[in-house]
Ligand binder design. Structure first.
Ligand SMILES: *Cc1c(COP(=O)(O)O)cnc(C)c1O
Length: 221
């Protein structure tokens, strides 16, 4: 077995049934992705538009490509025909542009609203209050082809597990409340995207349905 296949199977062994493993392949080669694909992996996460375009063109068509990074509205058009899930919608403007490009392609693109729960200033995302105000405004209902199916966040980059769990727990509480108040009639609203290589076990304790794991799978490749 290749190292990547071994890493994948050891990560999978730690995931509960029903959790989706997004293998974060950013900065890794198409060859590395092909090895993971051969080991059965189908969900991959990328954070740069040009890199995703090159890989999507070179790799099997049944890969579900997740865009997990900061997405500039003017680049949505390049990935709109095939992207499986946009994880980090962080402005109303981006959601509007995803709607526009999805409509042109005759599809609905699943999207997550990115919450800023981490202590660092630099990370993108809506604050809890901003996200609540945006949902309350109803503006998003004008963008049905950008289909909001859940919430994404990144925890504080720290060794302090109490802080990390508190970040995930606040995101999960927000998700549950939003589901009840705004998405009760939409069974697709069910995605909680949190947890990376170093914190996904904590994320799973707090409702994560999609873990985004890169280095633990691809390290050394
Ligand atoms: C890089 C990245 C990951 C994966 O991080 P690892 O620590 O390599 O598992 C997950 N989510 C986002 C948004 C990323 O940019």
């Amino acid at each position: 077995m290749s190292t990547i296949a071994e890493n994948l199977s050891s990560v999978r062994a730690t995931l509960p049934a029903g959790a989706t493993l997004v293998a974060v392949s950013k900065y890794h080669t198409a060859q590395a992705i092909a090895e993971a694909y051969a080991a059965g992996q189908r969900h991959f996460g990328e954070s740069r538009v040009q890199e995703l375009r090159d890989k999507q063109a070179a790799l099997p068509a049944d890969i579900a490509w997740h865009f997990i990074g900061h997405l500039q509205p003017n680049k949505v058009k390049y990935i709109a025909p095939y992207v499986a899930l946009v994880h980090a919608v962080d402005t109303p403007k981006l959601l509007a542009e995803i709607h526009r490009q999805a409509e042109k392609c005759g599809r609905r693109i699943p999207c997550l609203l990115q919450l800023h729960v981490a202590a660092e200033e630099t990370k993108y995302g809506f604050s809890l209050a901003e996200c609540e105000a945006f949902l309350q405004s109803g503006e998003w209902r004008n963008y049905p082809c950008a289909h909001i199916v859940g919430i994404m966040c990144m925890a504080t980059n720290t060794d302090d597990e109490v802080r990390i769990e508190s970040d995930f727990s606040r995101a999960h509480a927000f998700f549950l409340d939003a589901r009840q108040r705004y998405f009760a009639d939409d069974a697709d609203f069910g995605v909680c995207s949190w947890g990376m290589s170093d914190d996904y076990q904590l994320a799973l304790k707090h409702g994560s349905t999609h873990v985004r794991i890169g280095s633990r799978i691809f390290a050394g490749s």
